[in-house]
Ligand binder design. Structure first.
Ligand code: ATP
Length: 241
């Protein structure tokens, strides 16, 4: 099994004493290369904390995070910053594009910042997978919400990250545009071998993933392979009860 990322017994508590909030209480999971995982669960179950710890944005109290075969938990700040830059891509609910730059300049920005040359073949692959070839010279204000988010995904993929982390990537899109974006995410897995971990509240969004992990109260309580909206919805209802 080729793991792009793995969590081993992750524990994290915010605050201390009377105000301590355990956010992760021993989470273990493996993320195989080229697979698409949805992370779901009720509000406050630890989804964002898990994603942030896997991506090196936050630190665990104990346990190990492996990213691309490297143990990143315990790395010093500078090394962790480099890991985030070189190994991880992020997509958020808000597209976070730079308004004064064209779509192409936005996509190439992470490479510019890292002083890396764009690889023409990679750029072509990503642009093709996301079908944004005819929008590259447009500025974000000249693009639809769905197109802007596809540019944001392209920007996250251009560096060939070990994992693309997406936090509610369809939260600001209408349902048709969301479906299109999710199809593109799935295509990135299939065509580019990209590993994706997506936090979502939406059972329809989760059904585009290869599996859904359900968190409850800081623990993974269920894993659903080939999730359908109904399977996910029923599992979520079970948690709420
Ligand atoms: N910076 C913080 N300081 C204190 N407590 C925090 C902090 N971040 C998260 N928490 C707490 O940790 C628990 C898990 O939060 P987390 O944001 O990971 O949940 P979530 O499943 O992503 O929730 P949501 O779906 O509402 O975004 C919650 O009880 C939350 O209140």
């Amino acid at each position: 099994m080729r793991l792009a990322c793995a969590a081993e017994e992750l524990k994290k508590t915010y605050g201390s004493g009377d105000t301590a909030v355990p956010a992760l209480r021993g989470v273990s999971a493996g993320f195989e290369r080229g697979t698409f995982t949805a992370v779901m669960g009720p509000s406050g179950s630890g989804k964002s904390t898990l994603m942030h710890c896997l991506a090196g944005l936050d630190r665990v109290d104990s346990g190990q995070v492996l990213l691309g075969g490297v143990v990143i938990s315990g790395l010093a700040d500078r090394a962790l910053t480099k890991v985030r830059r070189d190994r991880v891509g992020f997509v958020f609910q808000s597209f976070n594009l730079v308004p004064t730059l064209t779509a192409l300049q936005n996509i190439l920005l992470p490479l510019d910042l890292a002083g890396r040359r764009p690889d023409r073949d990679r750029l072509d692959l990503v642009v093709q997978a996301l079908r944004i070839g005819d929008r590259l010279e447009h500025r974000p204000s000249e693009l639809s919400g769905g197109q802007q988010q596809r540019v944001a995904v392209a920007r996250a993929l251009i560096t060939e990250p070990d994992v693309l982390f997406a936090d509610e990537p369809t939260g600001a899109l209408d349902s048709t545009t969301a479906t299109t974006l999710l199809s593109f995410l799935r295509r990135s897995c299939r065509e580019l071998g990209q590993t994706i971990v997506m936090v979502t509240h939406d059972p329809m969004a989760a059904s585009f993933a290869d599996r859904a992990l359900l968190l409850s109260d800081g623990l993974i309580v269920q894993e659903i392979h080939q999730p359908t909206p109904d399977l996910v919805l029923n599992a979520m209802r079970g948690l709420a009860a």
